[in-house]
Design a protein around this ligand. Structure first.
Ligand code: PGA
Length: 246
């Protein structure tokens, strides 16, 4: 694992955008896995800046989002679909037909999950997947207890995730999500894990320096050959190692 520690949230976000930009420039038809959440908001802003400056062209890039709440209309303001359009897709030139997000409206869950895996495979697999991390160690919505072999599927959200992440009005209404599995993520050729702020320090220590265990799904990333971890100082606060980037 390559662990890079940046001064603050902004420099962490820039580093994540630089990493993705380098990959797109060297491979314009990159197949890119994408996260939602608070952490990547700055990363998306930086990518938009690159696009607006004429430095990046997303027209051949294919994207697959990690997860979506279920059941939920894609037009609902709290959907990850809405997040992705508002924060990224409406501002860059990713082709509409190259955007993939699990369908939170489907009534054919098993087919949807299998189709999602097949669409990733048809694109030749994920080249690079950008990940956040939950305070309980989840990646995508692979909650503690997830198996290394898990693929895209419907999962129950943990109480912790519901309280921390599902917006207040939907607490108790939304308790499931469709998520890429741990195996789907581990099959990505490269991974970038982003974390920011003191609330993530403990789980970043456990995920990077603790034992590999399904109880901390992000710890499984220790077994992946090409992971870049991009942290700010606060998220790195409990680590023994890591390289400080200046
Ligand atoms: P956050 O979520 O960026 O909002 O902290 C991260 C995650 O749950 O993956």
């Amino acid at each position: 694992m390559n662990v890079n520690i940046h001064e603050d949230y902004q420099s962490m976000s820039k580093a994540a955008a630089n990493l993705v930009a380098r990959r797109i420039i060297s491979r314009p038809d990159l197949v890119l896995g994408l996260p939602t959440g608070d952490t990547p908001k700055g990363f998306y802003r930086e990518l938009i800046d690159f696009y607006e400056a004429g430095l990046l062209d997303f027209s051949k890039v294919t994207t697959f989002n990690l997860d979506e709440y279920y059941p939920l209309s894609r037009d609902n303001p709290i959907s990850f679909t809405n997040y992705m359009y508002e924060r990224f897709f409406n501002h860059v030139n990713v082709s509409q037909n190259k955007i993939h997000i699990p369908d939170g409206e489907t009534d054919r869950v098993a087919d949807e999950c299998q189709d999602y895996e097949e669409m990733i495979a048809e694109e030749g697999g994920l080249d690079l997947t950008v990940l956040g991390i939950g305070e309980n160690g989840h990646i995508g919505y692979n909650e503690p207890g997830s198996k290394l072999g898990s693929k895209t599927r419907l999962v129950e959200l943990s109480e912790e995730s519901i309280v921390r992440e599902v917006p207040g009005n939907y607490d108790g209404i939304i308790n499931k999500a469709l998520t890429m599995g741990v195996k789907t993520i581990m099959n990505s050729r490269k991974l970038a894990l982003l974390a920011s702020g003191p609330r993530k320090a403990n789980v970043i220590h456990d995920a990077l320096e603790g034992p590999v265990t399904g109880d901390v799904p992000a710890s499984i990333l220790q077994l992946h050959p090409e992971v870049t971890v991009i942290l700010d100082r606060e998220a790195a606060g409990d680590l023994d190692g890591g390289e400080l980037m200046v």
